[in-house]
Design a protein around this ligand. Structure first.
Ligand code: NAP
Length: 315
């Protein structure tokens, strides 16, 4: 067996890096795997966020990638070892835990899971092409950008997130069109009624976006009405996709308790999972708040939980 680590951190968003900074400063010499889950690059969902204006400490705002650069540099400053590779497999039934990545086995007394969640997208080529140029999966992150102010915008989806994003966007937009593929909604009655009653929000249902068009950035969308098959073009400056998130838990499936949506279950007010020595933080265990600052907060909790657990449970 190769060297046994104290802590392996899987994931490199705000939760993973905060866990790294705290555990490194506690002299636990963490090993981090930064993989390619959300957005296809290490760093998590912030790597696909244009501007972060709600993270305390950045009064002028900061781009998502720049912020992740700061997080990463701070982890490195305290000598976190970072491997830029996906984890392919974990074995949580053995002690120490086994983590397999790039064909190599790694062993650790404790593991912190911070693999996050990935926003779901419609799956259009044009959606990919206009990512960060008018297409966003986060109104809270991007909605207040100058490019969307006093413009007409589209929100796609029929759940609470779609209603919430549409309502949030009314603060800046001239008009918000809510496009949903059915005329029944998963959203709670109260959120749906609030959106329906808002003078700036109009529903287009049942309908789907067929194509997102523009030159440098989004200028219009083609919308297909599903009952008639009619396709029309609407001038909009932005498309906010709010069709849910998928937690990145595939490698842990069957080994740790997940909820019905696939999120790792943590014990109330802590980052403990049902597996002794396995901790989870950030969006992989949070389908409700999903903010960089809440993820970072839970990463701190995971490092403290793991440190105390290691002290009480020498291998
Ligand atoms: P959700 O409830 O799963 O809703 C996803 C929506 O996206 C559904 O309307 C679904 O349509 C649609 N959709 C899925 N795939 C699609 C596709 N490929 N193309 C077009 N539409 C698609 O997800 P969510 O709204 O993100 O909410 C997640 C959880 O967080 C829920 O439990 C929600 O209550 C909670 N939440 C609560 C609040 C709040 O209380 N303030 C705010 C946000 C979220 P179909 O219905 O046709 O499947």
């Amino acid at each position: 067996m190769s060297e046994v680590e104290n802590i392996i951190i899987i994931g490199s968003g705000p939760a993973g890096h905060t866990a790294a900074i705290y555990s490194a400063r506690a002299n636990l010499k963490p090993l981090m795997f930064e993989g390619f889950c959300a957005g296809g690059v290490p760093g998590g969902q912030l790597m696909i966020t244009t501007e972060v204006e709600n993270y305390p400490g950045f009064p002028q705002g900061v781009t998502g990638p720049e912020m992740m650069d700061h997080f990463r540099n701070q982890s490195l400053r305290f000598e976190t070892r970072i491997l830029t590779q996906d984890v392919d497999e974990v074995d949580l039934s053995t002690r120490p835990f086994k983590v397999i990545s790039g064909g190599k086995e790694y062993f650790s007394k404790a593991v912190i899971v911070a693999t996050g969640a990935s926003a779901r997208y419609i799956g259009l080529e044009s959606e990919k092409a206009f990512m960060n140029r008018g297409v966003s999966a986060c109104a809270t992150c991007d909605g207040a950008l100058p490019m969307f102010r006093n413009q007409e915008l589209i929100v796609v989806g029929g759940g609470d997130s779609a209603m919430e994003e549409a309502l949030f966007l009314t603060r800046f937009a001239a008009k918000v069109w809510l496009v949903h593929r059915r005329d029944v909604f998963r959203a709670s009655k109260i959120m749906l009624e609030r959106a329906r009653a808002h003078e700036k929000i109009e529903f287009i249902v049942p309908a789907v976006i067929e194509e997102i068009c523009g030159d440098e950035q989004v200028e219009s969308v083609k919308i297909k009405m599903l009952e008639t098959g009619d396709v029309s073009q609407k001038d909009v400056a932005g498309v906010f996709v709010a069709i849910g998130h998928t937690p990145n838990t595939a490698v842990f499936s069957g080994q740790v308790d997940l909820d019905e949506k696939g999120y790792i279950v943590t014990q109330a007010s802590s980052t403990y999972t049902n597996i002794d020595g396995l901790f989870a933080c950030g969006d992989v265990q949070d389908s409700v708040y999903r903010q960089a600052v809440t993820a970072a907060g839970s990463g701190c909790k995971a490092a403290i939980d793991a440190e105390r657990w290691l002290e009480a449970n020498p291998l």
